[in-house]
Design a protein around this ligand. Sequence first.
Ligand SMILES: [Zn+2]
Length: 101
Amino acid sequence: MEKIGFFIGTWGNLSVRIAEGLIVTPSRVRYSELDVNDFVTVSSDGVVISGHRLPSSEAEIHSAVYNKKSDVSAAIHSHSPYATAVSDVLIIFITSPLQWY
Ligand SMILES: [Zn+2]
């Protein structure tokens, strides 16, 4: 995902649903340095079940998707450069358009 530009540094995250909750990428670990032992297992109510890292700070978003959509088995939350640029521009115009005059 990092090689094709979907993730930058430690931004973005992914998860997969399991019976107990989800397995999610850790927080603050560069994807180029990620090892299978770095993934974190989190229960559906947000409690870390296993793993030696902090779960992604956005694990709650993944859990909410799984709770709402029973047909979703995995989720990728990307911070691609283009999507981030577009969202930043939209946030500027939506939240504070007068600050830029
Ligand atoms: Zn995010």
